[in-house]
Design a protein around this ligand. Sequence first.
Ligand code: ADP
Ligand code: GLC
Length: 485
Amino acid sequence: MTIRVLSVASEAVPLIKTGGLADVAGALPAAVAPHGVEMTTLLPGYPAVVKALSRPRALHVWDDLLGEKGRLLGGKIDGHPLLVLDAPALFQREGGPYVDSSGRDWADNWRRFAAFGRAAADIAAGAVKARAFDILHAHDWQAAMALAYLRFAPPRDGAQVPSVMTIHNMAFQGYYGADLFAGLRLPPHAFAVDGIEYHGGVGFLKAGLEAASAITTVSPTYAREIRTAEFGMGLEGLILSRGDRVHGIVNGIDTAQWNPQTDPALEARFSAKALGKRVANKRALESEFGLETGDGPLFVVISRLTWQKGMDVLLECIDHLVGIGGRLALLGSGDKAMENAFHAAAMRHPGKVAVRIGYDEALSHRMQAGGDAILVPSRFEPCGLTQLYGLAYGCVPVVARTGGLADTVIDANLAAVMGNVATGVQFSGVHYASLADALSRAVTLYWQGDTWRAMQRAGMKTDFSWSRSGKAYADLYASLIAEKT
Ligand code: ADP
Ligand code: GLC
């Protein structure tokens, strides 16, 4: 029997991306397909998404989706079924999925993503002819209201399907004032401690976590961490109380997009057996960034520039990094003060530190291929994907020991080095002394040529494809269906 899953996400590659959620939502359909799951993705009809549909036709119409008109359009995403909620008043606007052109959150985000959830609940319950589903799978707060509507305001005669709520980042919860509760059109009893009420206001993610048949997060370590106040961001009690329903399933990477043997973005393609060819990529990267040419270690960063990612601590460590003979190429955007501070660091260290502010997918591939080590000093990291791309490309990860970073990188301690299984450098606690020490360790290991190459090879050999985690999701869906019947 094929299990039919409706995957509800606010972004998915290749149509719309602001972060790792898009990589994961985009890769899941292919990841679960070999295990008897047909996944349909539901996305909001942002301009880029609607434009990508060829010959769209309306499969369903809403006259009053929280006060707006909406149509459901059908299409394909990488060959898998796609549904798009075309509600122009909510989603047809210039800017990003969540922010306007000047970077401010859209003031009506609560209504945009509540309407998205309302539509998703209707679809999951069978509102669209010939599209029935066995499981509703929602990602992050933007999709979480689907579960609340299914629980508290299901369509009449609709099917009650089991649901999965995946937390990609507990830091974003969709928390609003109680005054907008009326606008959500939920019955009064939904405003309750085990419903949508949260610290006197309404919590979208919270409501989803309460209603979900199963909760997943994107690594086993993060699944444990969110039971504590430090990482649970206020929801640790809820996670603890639902403990037996919480699973950690680590993200995979799309090995067709991220393969150094075939990647068209690279100056020179290479493999674990032909690591020498990486040098051409390093030279190309140095020249692209205007860095001095040299044999010394070239560190790279590809990241949102935020507190979560520890970028403030990296800024403090830049003089140390240069002082021990390192160079740094950074690609990222985010916090304006951090962007300026990185520019200032590049001015201070011409030829040694170079910065690109912006978003550039192809450049991110060239950096993984040309850099010697990728820095990921995150304070928390539910999974993290850039360290996985680094492993696949022989760009050795230097990471904080947290979340998915702890689960996917093997620290080069003595035992791991002697056993030839080390793949990177880990450090505990994100502050100056720990990161500076990790940078020094990385530089020492780098100059021990054979050890470094063994680390590169061990990382490149590790299987971070979706095969294992695709099966884990499929098994979870099957268990929820079995539980229901
Ligand atoms: P998060 O989703 O928290 O930002 P992840 O590591 O899970 O972190 O995913 C980030 C994704 O976005 C990766 O695919 C990474 O390569 C990509 N990325 C981040 N910043 C940039 C950038 N400035 N240019 C290109 N790609 C970027
Ligand atoms: C979030 C997390 C990141 C994770 C990504 C995909 O953006 O911050 O750690 O890899 O989601 O699950």
